[in-house]
Design a protein around this ligand. Structure first.
Ligand code: GAP
Length: 444
């Protein structure tokens, strides 16, 4: 990163320039903390979600679910969100900035300091509930208030019995879900890190009480490994165990997986031992028996403990973007060194000239590779500029069709990270690319 530049702003501007992420409603001046994923961003995030979905559900002990965003309001009373999902909000009387008391510094006398102007002339903290409210049906009164879900987890808990019985799952088993969640955050920011509308990828694993510590260890390790398989540099990841002051009221143990963003170490995922709190609360509020009965002996009856893994799709995508971003001044280029598994474009086909002689070989490659993976075809501008563009969007390989191709029926394959070039026969290109992806070694 060049001196004096704000690394996050450089990334934000690349994301806009290259079609990854745009400010929401930009032509109207934008809507704070809301972002639109452009063509490359939506593919990148989908690749992240697909990798998560496959890691979770391509196994016999985890089922998928897609619960609705709007749920019975009692769900949020049972979960504790109506009562406890609050942040302490403070207003600065001098500059009118609004901030969270629990995140602000205090002076020697213990008075809160405004993070914007440094004044200590601030209001008392008042609790502000982060759930977005709306009304169901035409009347806008208290009797038809519903909430936009602040987490996807509750949709899983209330469907625990439906899934267990319809899929004949035995404990231990899990339910995985990807979906939107909404939080009226007081201080959103840092691009897509903290937004008011975001996507979560949550998996709740139901276990026998007493086996929870073992499963907690298993899932901690599995989730750590997943981030590394996404190409994230392990040196920029760490676990943060929740101390007694941080632990949520329902949790027995919790670990954050943190990433070192340009703005510091921050949580990307939480792995929590939620005990039997959630199912017991839903039992109590819904007045339904949510006990698990072992179908093999009908005697083993208990409310399962839950090990939760909860990661933001947007936050994980931001970590992947930050991690992949490399400035290479010696070669006058900026590169996104995505792992091929999540690169939005896998291969670019670049005929050296627009002359019709090069079309048959180019078309053959487009047809053959395009049927297997997301590719781009680009025949305009200098080849150097085309390489720069592909490096900036993280395309692992560029294939150049040149006039020599007409003689040797071969093309040049250029590696994004090393800029090394190989001459490969046309009919071996597909196997070469697939092999390279299979044996990929991520460099940092
Ligand atoms: N069900 C548990 C739960 O929701 P959380 O720690 O509040 O736990 C889990 O959220 C993950 O969701 C976080 O690690 C983060 O990746 C993502 N997340 C939470 N709030 C977010 C926000 N405002 N913007 C983007 N992602 C968010």
């Amino acid at each position: 990163m060049s001196a004096g530049k704000d690394p996050l702003q450089e990334l934000v501007s690349l994301c806009k320039r290259r079609g990854f992420i745009f400010q929401s409603s930009e032509i109207y001046g934008g809507l704070n903390s809301c972002w639109d994923y452009g063509p490359l961003g939506v593919t990148l995030k989908r690749n992240v979600k697909d990798a998560w979905w496959n890691a979770m559900t391509l196994r016999t002990d985890i089922e998928g679910l897609d619960a609705s965003i709007l749920m019975a309001p009692r769900v949020w009373e049972a979960s504790g969100h109506v009562e406890n999902f609050t942040d302490p909000l403070v207003d600065c009387k001098k500059c009118r900035a609004r901030f969270r008391a629990d995140k602000a510094e205090k002076n020697a006398a213990g008075k809160l300091i405004c993070p914007e102007c440094g004044s200590t002339d601030v209001t008392e903290a008042r609790n502000f509930n982060l759930m977005f409210k709306t009304h169901m049906g035409p009347l806008e009164d208290a009797s038809n208030v519903v909430y936009l879900r602040p987490e996807t987890a509750q949709g899983i808990y209330v469907n625990f019995h439906n899934v267990a019985t319809s899929m004949r799952q035995k404990i231990p088993f899990g339910i995985a879900q990807i979906g939107k969640a909404f939080r009226n955050e007081i201080t959103p920011g840092n691009f897509i890190f903290r937004t008011r509308e975001f996507e979560q990828m949550e998996m709740q694993y139901f276990v026998k009480p007493g086996e929870d510590d073992k499963w907690m260890d298993t899932w901690k390790q599995a989730r750590w490994d997943w981030h590394i398989a996404m190409g994230v540099n392990p040196a920029k990841l760490r676990f943060h165990p929740h101390g007694p002051g941080e632990l949520a009221h329902y949790a027995k143990a919790a670990f954050d997986i943190e990433y070192e963003f340009p703005f510091g170490w921050n949580e990307i995922e939480g792995v929590h031992n939620r005990t039997d709190f959630d199912l017991k609360r839903h039992q109590e509020y819904a007045k339904k028996n949510l006990q698990y009965v072992n179908p093999d002996n009908h005697e083993d009856k208990y409310v399962p403990y839950i090990i939760e893994t909860s990661v933001g799709a947007d936050r994980s995508t931001l970590a992947i973007l930050c991690d992949a971003y490399v400035e290479d001044p010696a070669n006058e280029r900026t590169v996104l060194k995505f792992h091929p598994k999540i690169a939005p474009v896998k291969v670019a086909v670049l005929p050296l000239s627009k002359k019709p002689e090069l079309a048959p070989a180019s078309n053959k490659l487009v047809e053959e590779l395009g049927a297997k993976m997301k590719i781009q075809y680009d025949d305009s501008g200098s080849i150097g500029k085309r390489y720069r563009r592909q490096e900036e969007i993280g395309t692992p390989f560029c294939i150049t069709v040149d006039f020599e191709t007409l003689n040797d029926q071969a093309v040049t394959i250029r590696h994004r990270d090393t800029m090394k070039q190989d001459r490969i026969p046309l009919d071996k290109v597909s196997a070469y690319i697939e092999d390279a992806f299979k044996n990929w070694k991520q460099t940092f």
